[in-house]
Design a protein around this ligand. Structure first.
Ligand code: Z16
Length: 829
């Protein structure tokens, strides 16, 4: 890794000028060289996309340079490393983020303008890397940015899907899914490592063997697949540190099925080999339901096995035995998706390293930490035992073994409470036996983290109560955060400049606590003026996008009221739509004079529904039919518009969030583990209309109730409301609005009946009826505040100023100090 000997290194340094240069002349030359030699176009004739490609490669060179320095530095220092295991990373675009973090955005912009190109225009050429579903996946991406920026020696591991999350296309108001074959145009942000490969085994049988008088298990696999590493450099901001996100792709193994070759059917054998690639072919688009699919389990094990081999190889490069393993390795499980890593580490230590059960178990217990992202039992992953036994026979044995020992220990501690024993067992008994991945993760991790304080309380009192009572010390929380680099600096350059100007420093980009400094100027008229200008600029940008996308012209004087997130019943997009119908109905019934007092609104909704989630898809269709009716109603004009933004993803979010005046976070209390979109809106000075759920509760502490529009039942009130059932008082307006849908006011009468059934009477599990009156009050309060421009601007400034706690830098620092126990390792060269 270090080259061979001093002489060679010296000769190398003599040849190059140490670092790549970033003056405009060098950059222009480098870009043109990439046009000619990488993109293979004439330097006198290339279009925007080709310019983007050349530019991207130019940035890539600089990333690789720092990446090397960082890896060599880490390798020399051999610090304890964090291995962040996640099946999903929602990275979005890389160009702007990279040049900003490298600190060379302006130099590139200059160089490009001299070549006749505009940086912004080229940046728009890049497609999103959508290797994840939603909040959980974007959280991983934000956390990678913070890990790099804070100089932590960390590596992310995941899967290099060939198809990212489906593209959402709306046809006649219905969602259709299209495959996202995102690698079609090449991916300059990854480095293929043809020599970093590991063999991953599946199926087969386990036999007993004796070695030096000791009995060992030997797994004879039935199938082998090769994992190839693709490294994605993640640059930190204000540091040379550039860390690695290593994604694995499946390739046929040479050992795959030698049998087939011997039978003589060469063509069939080669075609069959190719099927190995299907393991990393696609991302599952359901964000919280598990169907016990074999391919999904294969994906989980594939990426876990390759990562664990890589981790152990790296450790063994520097250490003679496993004594120091727990002092050098921290493994973070992002939800239960990578939790097979527990059984895999156990298997390697037992069957391959022959450490013996006690030592292996001792190591496992010291290295894993687990973060859970859900509040609902239904969302907890379960793997049918039969499936596990056929795909991973040795792992099933190990899991049974861990469970047996745990059950024995547990009996000693709690006695023969069979109900509780059954609840805590890793194995769920029943018609189909299942492995409960969450139970395994809790039992084998030293720490279990929730993603907000409320979430953690719910874990302790409900979801994992039995475990909390047994091991209270294991349970913690690290409230989620998002990175201000992407969510302010990249996506909202005007706000970024304004903040730096008023704080007199750019240091807040690394040290978010400084944002509080804005409070000192909260009544300053000049700041108000500039703040409103920034919002205007972003609203113009969003309005233009809406117009090109839907042909709809929207008024910039209207309040831009936005709800963007995955479509889910618990997130209650339906409540939003019912509120819009109510507003429409009210305006229709007003006289001219009253209409003058109406605050004009542009309601914007965006989000994908899981392809198999009927109700979520109906909500999308409802949004479209209601929007159609309202937007075509000339009598209403600019007073109300409803827009659905199709294919909501990271790059669309970067455009929508800065342009929002108000954002809605409507989950029924107790259902959103944290919520992270609210943090992005908050940082961008957007006001929040929200229930007291997830991380919103902590926002109240930072921003103050008086600067937010809160509504709805609190978490400890929901159970009583549900119990009331039919006796629950629901406002007349609610019944009226639901009736309008039922009666076919917006068409598709029959299609929407089932949707209406779900929110009426006892079926209204998510309490839309119960919260409706309070929701309308909060909306009215928002209208009132919006009319008072000065008050609104003040609230907006205070929202951004108080958002510091919700930076992923804070989250990561807490994880590093309290859970992973890792130290920064800054590369200065
Ligand atoms: C997901 O994005 C989340 C939870 C989950 O079980 C599965 C997926 Cl794909 C979300 C939570 O819903 C959200 O509250 C939280 O902020 C986010 O994970 C990150 O923790």
């Amino acid at each position: 890794e270090f080259g061979d000997g001093k002489g060679k290194a010296e000769r190398m340094f003599g040849l190059m000028d140490v670092f790549l240069k970033n003056d405009p002349i060098t950059l222009q030359k480098d870009i043109l060289d990439h046009v000619e030699f990488t993109v293979a176009k004439s330097r006198f004739n290339f279009d925007d996309f080709e310019a983007y490609q050349a530019l991207a490669h130019c940035v890539r060179d600089r990333l690789i340079e720092r990446w090397h320095d960082t890896q060599i530095h880490f390798s020399k220092k051999d610090p304890k490393r964090l291995y962040f295991l996640s099946l999903e990373f929602l990275m979005g675009r890389s160009l702007s983020n990279s040049v900003i973090n490298l600190g060379i955005r302006d130099q590139f912009a200059d160089a490009l303008s001299q070549l006749g190109f505009e940086f912004e225009v080229l940046a728009e050429q890049e497609g999103d890397a959508c290797l994840g579903n939603g909040g959980l996946a974007r959280l991983s991406a934000c956390q990678m940015d913070s890990l790099a920026t804070l100089d932590y020696p960390a590596i992310g591991y995941g899967l290099r899907y060939q198809y990212g999350l489906f593209r959402q296309v709306i046809l006649d108001g219905f969602q259709h899914e299209q495959p996202d074959y995102w690698l079609n145009f090449g991916n300059p942000w990854e480095i293929e490592r043809v020599h970093i490969t590991y063999t991953v085994k599946f199926y087969g049988t386990v036999t007993d063997e004796v070695l030096n008088g000791e009995k060992y298990k030997v797994w004879v696999p039935g199938e082998m697949v090769e994992a190839v590493a693709y490294d994605n450099p993640i640059p930190g901001y204000g540091t040379r540190n550039t860390i690695d996100l290593r994604l694995w792709a499946a390739k046929p193994s040479d050992q795959h099925d030698m049998e087939a070759y011997n039978t003589g059917d060469y063509v069939d054998a080669v075609v069959n080999r190719q099927r190995a690639e299907s393991i990393s072919s696609l991302l599952y688009p359901d964000d919280r339901s598990y169907q016990g699919k074999e391919l999904r389990l294969k994906q989980q094990y594939f990426f876990v096995s390759a990562s664990v081999q890589d981790i152990i190889r790296r450790f063994k490069d520097k250490h003679k035995n496993f004594d120091e393993f727990p002092e050098k390795v921290a493994l973070q499980l992002n939800d239960t998706h990578p939790s097979l890593a527990i059984a895999e580490v156990m298997r390697v230590l037992l069957d391959e390293e022959h450490l013996g059960r006690k030592r292996a178990w001792d190591i496992v217990c010291k290295i894993f930490s687990f973060t859970t992202h859900t509040v609902s039992t239904d969302a907890l992953e379960k793997i049918p035992v039969d499936l596990m036994g056929s795909l991973l026979p040795r792992h099933l044995q190990i899991i049974y073994d861990i469970n047996f020992n745990f059950m024995e220990e547990l009996k000693k501690m709690i006695g023969l409470d069979y109900d509780r024993l059954a609840r805590m067992s890793i194995v769920e008994e029943g018609a189909v036996k299942n492995i409960r991945m969450a139970n395994m993760s809790i039992i084998c991790s030293h720490t279990v983290n929730g993603v907000s304080r409320l979430h953690s309380e719910l874990l302790k009192t409900k979801l994992f109560k039995d475990f909390y009572e047994l091991w209270p010390h294991k349970f913690h929380y690290k409230t989620n955060g998002v990175t201000q680099r992407r969510w302010i600096v990249v996506s909202n350059p005007s706000l970024c400049a304004l903040i730096s100007k008023w704080l007199g420093t750019e240091a807040w980009i690394r040290d978010i606590d400084l944002l509080i400094g804005l409070r000192a100027h909260v009544t300053n008229a000049k700041l108000h003026q500039e703040w409103k200008m920034v919002k205007k600029v972003n609203k113009v940008r969003l309005a233009e996008y809406i117009e090109t996308m839907s042909g709809l012209k929207v008024s910039l004087d209207a309040m831009f009221d936005v709800q963007t997130k995955r479509m889910h019943e618990y997130k209650r997009q339906l409540l939003n739509i019912l509120g819009i119908i109510h507003r429409y109905d009210c305006i229709k019934n007003m006289n001219k004079n009253d209409r003058k007092k109406v605050v004009p609104r542009v309601c914007i909704i965006g989000g994908k529904a899981a392809p198999g989630y009927e109700m979520a898809k109906k909500i999308i269709k409802l949004c479209h039919v209601v929007g159609e009716k309202i937007n075509k109603d000339n009598d209403i004009g600019d007073l109300l518009k409803l827009v659905f933004i199709p294919d909501y993803n990271v790059s669309v979010a970067e455009l929508v969030i800065p342009g929002a005046d108000l954002s809605q976070h409507l989950s029924t209390a107790g259902h959103e583990a944290s919520g992270t979109s609210s943090m992005k809106y908050l940082m961008n000075g957007c006001l929040l209309l929200a229930t007291e759920d997830g991380s919103t509760i902590e926002m109240i502490e930072e921003i103050g109730k008086e600067n937010m529009f809160l509504f709805g039942a609190k978490v400890d009130e929901t159970a009583a409301l549900r119990e009331k059932g039919p006796a629950l008082k629901v406002p007349l307006q609610f019944l009226r609005v639901v009736r309008m849908i039922r009666d076919g006011h917006f068409g598709l009468k029959d299609y929407f009946q089932s949707l209406c059934d779900k929110i009426e009477g006892e079926n209204d599990y998510f309490l839309l009826g119960a919260d409706f009156a309070s929701y309308l009050e909060a909306q009215a309060a928002a209208d009132k505040a919006f009319v008072d421009e000065e008050r609104w601007t003040k609230m907006s400034i205070l929202s951004a100023a108080g958002s510091g706690r919700f930076s992923s830098d804070r989250t990561i620092q807490e994880y590093a100090e309290k859970t992973w126990r890792i130290q920064p390792c800054r590369c200065n060269s």
